[in-house]
Design a protein around this ligand. Structure first.
Ligand code: NAD
Length: 456
């Protein structure tokens, strides 16, 4: 499989993909190694992952360069991602003892009722490319801490990063066969569905996730899905600093070229402040530089996948045909690399793809609304349910609206953010199950209920 640099379109590496035979071999080794790994004291496994975080930190400069070379992510954003992954590992390793240790729930005379958290076994992690460190860490770190073996399939667009993760986990002390890579694209992911893994943890698109869920349902094992979104924002008319909010929310929409699962994908602005907000928003987007992702001042690199250009152009054309207006951008940029102009569309409606389908690129639709009720009804008009955000000077106003929205994360005066302390979960077409937080630590375990009768 060729690895292509999306900024230059050059082949930067060629890797050997797995076959059913090599995967089977890896699986047999994983099965044996996992049994031994699970017997180690929890503290020892935690310490191994702490060493992994230290190695990420020590090698972050070269890891960021590799990430930029294969995904086109601007170097500064690649460094931020690695920093974010380290902070997530810190939270997970600091809190693992608390949530994975045996618990005495009730004691009555000689009767004790306890819970222990046993690993699932050898799990499969089929992953995405947009934040390979972050979405990877969400799964393989708590899975390893809990005593599982992991067959990790990096996305075909983040394979070199997957190889680095494998190298550093081994260097940190994860025994050789406890963590294995499945290298390749969709068909290799499909091969994993034919294996008897003890759980499937997927990050990627709704369509692939739905397919995986259907296949795995036959197996009666856990299947968690972290999928896409069409995340809405509402800017209410009482915000005191319109400029600051316009700038922060433009970043929420366009960071990582809009290729974040929790990117702001549609914005509703109260009509009282609409014009002013829009002016600042457009100014901010135009101020950001498009270019070589290795350059320090570049905010927009290329898209990671060439095919996404067709989806973005289809959304723009559909919107324009139905009466939308372009404030900037709208097409691919000529020349080498998968570049797309930062694009802002107004006069949009929910009859347009841009307001209904995930864009996953540097493109946003902005609508004026007359009231909180209208904003709420538009925000809820979606098949997805990953995040939703409201900017207002009143916490009560935000909370009362956010309670009515069926999304896994609710943001007041912020957007496009994830924290390891709280669950990361999607609803409806955005997924099933949670990673991060205590829930994300326990997601890789099966609880055993102990009913112990007798004196100790
Ligand atoms: P994708 O669905 O195209 O691919 C994801 C993974 O699935 C890849 O490793 C791919 O090789 C594999 N795959 C493809 N077809 C398969 C099949 N038939 N069987 C098994 N595996 C298969 O998604 P992507 O382009 O890598 O990622 C982008 C999507 O991921 C976006 O929709 C984004 O919103 C979503 N995402 C969600 C989160 C979240 O936390 N909710 C995080 C990151 C990305």
């Amino acid at each position: 499989m060729n690895i292509i640099n999306p900024a230059t379109e050059e082949v930067i590496a060629t890797v050997q993909v797995d076959s059913p035979t090599t995967l089977e071999e890896k699986y047999r080794r994983l099965l044996a190694a996992q049994q031994i790994w699970a017997q180690l004291p929890l503290g020892e496994r935690i310490n191994t992952l702490i060493r992994f975080a230290a190695l990420l930190e020590a090698e972050s400069a070269s890891l960021a360069e590799i990430l930029t070379a294969e995904t086109g992510k601007p170097l500064q954003q690649a460094k931020n991602e690695i920093k974010g992954a380290i902070s997530r590992i810190n939270w997970l390793t600091t809190n693992a003892e608390r949530y994975l240790s045996d618990e005495l729930m009730q004691e009555n005379g000689t009767v004790r009722e306890c819970i222990s958290y046993e690993p699932l076994g050898v799990i499969g992690n089929i992953s995405a490319w947009n934040y390979p460190y972050l979405v990877g860490v969400n799964v393989f770190v708590p899975a390893l801490i809990a005593g599982n073996g992991v067959l990790y399939k990096p996305s075909e667009y983040a394979t070199l990063t997957g190889l680095e993760i494998d190298r550093l986990l081994k260097k940190a002390g994860v025994p050789d066969h406890v963590f294995q890579l499945a290298i390749g694209d969709g068909p290799v992911g499909k091969m994993m569905l034919d294996m008897e893994l003890a759980g499937y943890f997927f990050t990627g698109s709704y369509h692939t996730g739905k397919y995986i869920y259907e296949q795995v349902s036959q197996k009666m094992v856990p299947c968690q899905l972290e999928l896409g979104g069409k995340d809405p924002l509402y800017i209410a008319n009482d915000i005191s600093n319109i400029k600051a909010v316009a700038e922060a929310t433009a970043d929420g929409a366009f960071y990582n070229n809009g290729q974040s699962c929790c990117s702001v994908e549609r914005i509703y602005v109260h009509q009282d402040i609409y014009d002013e907000y829009l002016d600042y928003f457009v100014q901010q987007v135009k101020a950001w530089t498009v270019g070589n992702p290795l350059d320090d001042d570049v905010y927009f690199g290329p898209l990671t996948r060439k095919l996404q250009i067709n989806i973005l152009e289809a959304q723009v054309n559909d919107a324009l045909a139905k009466g939308a207006k372009l404030l900037c951008g709208g097409k691919a940029i000529d020349g080498k690399g998968f570049y797309f102009e930062p694009t802002i569309l107004v006069d949009v409606t929910h009859d347009m793809l841009i307001m209904k389908e995930e864009s996953f690129g540097p493109i946003i639709g902005i609508m004026s609304v007359r009231s909180d009720e209208e904003a709420l009804s538009l925000m809820q008009d979606t098949d997805y349910g990953l995040t939703a955000g409201i900017y207002t000077d009143s916490e009560a106003r935000a909370v009362s609206l956010l309670k009515k929205i069926d999304a896994g994360s609710a943001y007041w005066n912020c957007c496009d953010r994830v924290s390891a302390a709280v669950p990361w979960s999607g609803r409806k077409h955005s997924g099933i199950g949670s990673t991060l937080s205590h829930q994300g630590l326990r997601a890789f375990t099966k609880p055993k209920a102990w009913h112990l009768v007798g004196s100790k």
